[in-house]
Design a protein around this ligand. Structure first.
Ligand SMILES: Cc1ncc(COP(=O)(O)O)c(C=O)c1O
Length: 223
């Protein structure tokens, strides 16, 4: 079973309470591997990803994005008995032109040194303020919408629903309205992911100035 423990690829959809625990239990009962795709959530929702945040240990983990510190890099790892099937320990040959690229790996190692608790507190605080600010603007302008987030990962869904918990919920979003919002934000210098169904991220480079700028742009765009 492979899944995004916090879904990013329909917009930011946190797991329902106990969902991951129950998936873990089902995989254990049936002897199936549980694989977390933490390409988005790894080192983002917490230093140790969603598995740290929710306390669920998958058998394998897939990582990308943040781990390269801006360079193209991906990685996977997990249970020793599973990983030892991979060459050179085991018979499964796995390689690629850019595997273990030294520049990307150096960037990754340098990035990991900056991922301390203070950074995650700052990101959570910043994104929480963004969420509160955007929700206040939606209410003020009478536009139906909800802002969902886990740490610094978030999405503004233009929907009448109180929350988006599934793809069926996400499909109720007004994508035409999102398109107009996206264009208006872009015109004001805020480059959001270009789809209602992609999560947005706050980075360590964002500070109070960018928060103000984003909320000012959103107030005008939503109006
Ligand atoms: C959650 C998730 N998994 C996997 C991928 C694919 O990663 P890659 O392009 O490195 O194959 C993406 C790409 O954006 C993603 O968002």
């Amino acid at each position: 079973m492979i899944l995004e423990p916090v879904v990013g690829n329909m917009g930011c959809v946190p797991p329902d309470r106990n969902y991951l625990e129950r998936v873990r239990a089902l995989c254990d009962r049936h002897g199936a591997l549980l694989i977390f795709d933490e390409v988005m959530t790894g080192s983002r929702v917490a230093r140790g990803g969603a598995q740290q945040l929710f306390g669920i240990k998958p058998d394998l983990t897939v990582l990308g994005k943040i781990i390269g510190g801006g360079m193209p890099l991906a990685a996977y790892g997990g249970r020793r008995d599973v990983m030892s099937v991979i060459s050179p320990l085991g018979p499964v040959y796995q390689a690629g032109t850019l595997s273990g690229n030294p520049v990307a790996v150096a960037a990754a190692l340098a990035t990991i040194k900056h991922l301390d608790d203070a950074l995650y507190h700052r990101l959570d605080d910043w994104t929480g303020k963004l969420q509160d600010g955007l929700e206040a603007i939606l209410r003020e302008k009478g536009v139906p919408g909800v802002v969902q987030r886990v740490g610094s990962m978030w999405t503004l869904f233009f929907t009448e629903k109180e929350s988006v918990r599934s793809w069926d919920d996400a499909k109720t979003c007004d994508t035409a309205l999102f398109g107009r919002y996206h264009a208006a934000m872009l015109e004001k210098g805020v480059y959001l992911p270009p789809s209602q169904f992609e999560a947005a991220f706050v980075s360590a480079a964002h500070g109070p100035k960018e928060l103000d700028q984003t909320l000012t742009a959103a107030r005008a765009a939503i109006a």
